[in-house]
Design a protein around this ligand. Structure first.
Ligand code: NCD
Length: 358
C-alpha cells in the first residue's frame, strides 16, 4: 500500500491523474457518492485546523464513507505519553485510512511506517502539506488550464509555511516554471528546498523582499500567513508580522489574469477589499481542496485493496547522531533512530524524517 507523506511520493502522471479525477468529481459528484461505502477515515489532528480536517471529513462523507477521529490531542492517549508509532498502529485497527496533522515534523511519516492502513500527511509542523498542494493544483488547473509556463510568486512566510514547500516541490517538475520568492531574509525558503528542489530541477528563481516590484511579472501570486505559532523568538514575530499586505492598490500593476491564492486562514496579509477582485481565488481553493482530497482517498484506498502490505521506506539511509531540527519527530519520540537520506554519490543529504540538512 501507499501513503502520502510528501507530494513527491506521487509521480507527475499520478498528480495529473488526481487533478483530472478531482475535476470529474466537481462535474459529476453523484457518480462518486457511494464509492467509499463501508470505509472509515480517521482524522488525527494534533494541531488546530478548520479547512483541512473538515474538508477531509466532508470528502469522506460525500464519498459514502464514515469518519472517526479527534481534533484535540489533549483528550487522547498522546497526553499519557503514547508514541506516534503506537497511536498509528492502534488507529489502523479501527479505520481504513488515516489523515494526520501534527506539530512535529516527520510525525505522519513515522505513523505511515507503523500503520496497517494508508496515512495522509495533513500538515507536519513547518515541513510539508501535500493535500494543500492538491487544492492548489486543482485551482491552478481550473483557472489557468495548465501547470507549465507559469511565473509563480510566493510571498510572506516561506520559512515555516508548509503549503509553500509542497507546492514548490510539485511545480518544479513542470516545464517553463519561474519562481519568485518574496520574503524578509528571516523568513526565506529553507536551503534544502532551494538546493534540492529548485536548483536541482534547473528552475530559474529570484529572491526579493518587495511585493510591489515583483507583482507585474506574476501569473500566480501565492500569499501566506506569517506562522506565529512556529517562531522561537517572539520579538522577531512582532517585528515581522504585517510585513506584506495585499490590497487593491498593489494589484493595479498585476496582470489582468494573474490569480491570487492563499491556503487560508488569513490574518491581515490580504485585505477584505481584494475578495471581490475576480483574480482572488482563495475561496475557490477551499472547495477544490475537498475534491482533491476525495480523489486522493479513492486512489489510496484502491491501491491498499490491491496491495495491503504495510508501507516501507525504500530510500537509501544512514544512521546519524542527531537531527539538528528541534521540531523533528526523531528528537521527540522514544526509540526512534535518527537517520539521513543519501544520494547516488553517497552524499548525506537530509534528515529522513523532516528533511533538514544534516
Ligand atoms: C495552512 C496550514 O495549516 O499549513 N492552512 C491550511 O491547511 N489551509 C496554512 C496556515 O495555517 O497558514
Amino acid at each position: 500500500m501507499r501513503s502520502l507523506i510528501d507530494i513527491l511520493d506521487l509521480t507527475v502522471e499520478e498528480l495529473d491523474e488526481l487533478v483530472k479525477t478531482a475535476c470529474d468529481i466537481i462535474e459529476n459528484p453523484k457518480k462518486y457518492s457511494e464509492c467509499c461505502k463501508g470505509k472509515k477515515l480517521a482524522t488525527l489532528f494534533f494541531e488546530p485546523s478548520t479547512r483541512t480536517r473538515l474538508s477531509f471529513e466532508a470528502a469522506m462523507l460525500e464519498l459514502g464513507g464514515s469518519v472517526i477521529g479527534f481534533s484535540d490531542a489533549k483528550n487522547t492517549s498522546a497526553s499519557k505519553g503514547e508514541t506516534i508509532a503506537d497511536t498509528a498502529r492502534v488507529v489502523s485497527c479501527y479505520a481504513d485510512i488515516i489523515a494526520m496533522r501534527h506539530p512535529l515534523e516527520g510525525a505522519p511519516y513515522v505513523a505511515s511506517l507503523n500503520s496497517e492502513v494508508p496515512v495522509i500527511n495533513a500538515g507536519d509542523g513547518g515541513h510539508a502539506h501535500p493535500t494543500q498542494t492538491l487544492a492548489d493544483l486543482v485551482t491552478i488547473y481550473r483557472e489557468k488550464g495548465r501547470f507549465d509556463n507559469l511565473t509563480v510568486g510566493f510571498c510572506g512566510d516561506l520559512k515555516y509555511g508548509r503549503p509553500v514547500h509542497s507546492l514548490i516541490s510539485a511545480l518544479s517538475r513542470y516545464t517553463g516554471i519561474k519562481i519568485v520568492l518574496i520574503s524578509p531574509k528571516e523568513l526565506a525558503l529553507p536551503e534544502y528546498i532551494k538546493r534540492e528542489v529548485i536548483e536541482k530541477n534547473g528552475i530559474p528563481y529570484e529572491e526579493n523582499d518587495n511585493l510591489e516590484t515583483a507583482i507585474p511579472d506574476l501569473d500566480i501570486l501565492y500569499m501566506t500567513r506569517i506562522q506565529e505559532e512556529r517562531f522561537d523568538d517572539r520579538e522577531q514575530y512582532e517585528r515581522l508580522k504585517g510585513c506584506y499586505i495585499l490590497d487593491p492598490a498593489k494589484l493595479e500593476n498585476a496582470k489582468s489574469d494573474m490569480i491570487i491564492l492563499h491556503p487560508l486562514p488569513r490574518v491581515d496579509e490580504i485585505t477584505v477589499a481584494v475578495d471581490s477582485d475576480p483574480r482572488a481565488c482563495y475561496f475557490k481553493q477551499v472547495a477544490n481542496g475537498k475534491n482533491g482530497r476525495k480523489a486522493l482517498i479513492l486512489k489510496l484506498l484502491e491501491e491498499a485493496e490491491k496491495n495491503p502490505n504495510k508501507c516501507v521506506d525504500t530510500r537509501d539511509t544512514v544512521s546519524i547522531e542527531r537531527c539538528p531540527n528541534q521540531r523533528c519527530i526523531s528528537n521527540n519520540e522514544r526509540e526512534l533512530m535518527p537517520k539521513a537520506v543519501k544520494n547516488k554519490d553517497e552524499e548525506v543529504l537530509h534528515c529522513a524524517y523532516c528533511e533538514t540538512t544534516v
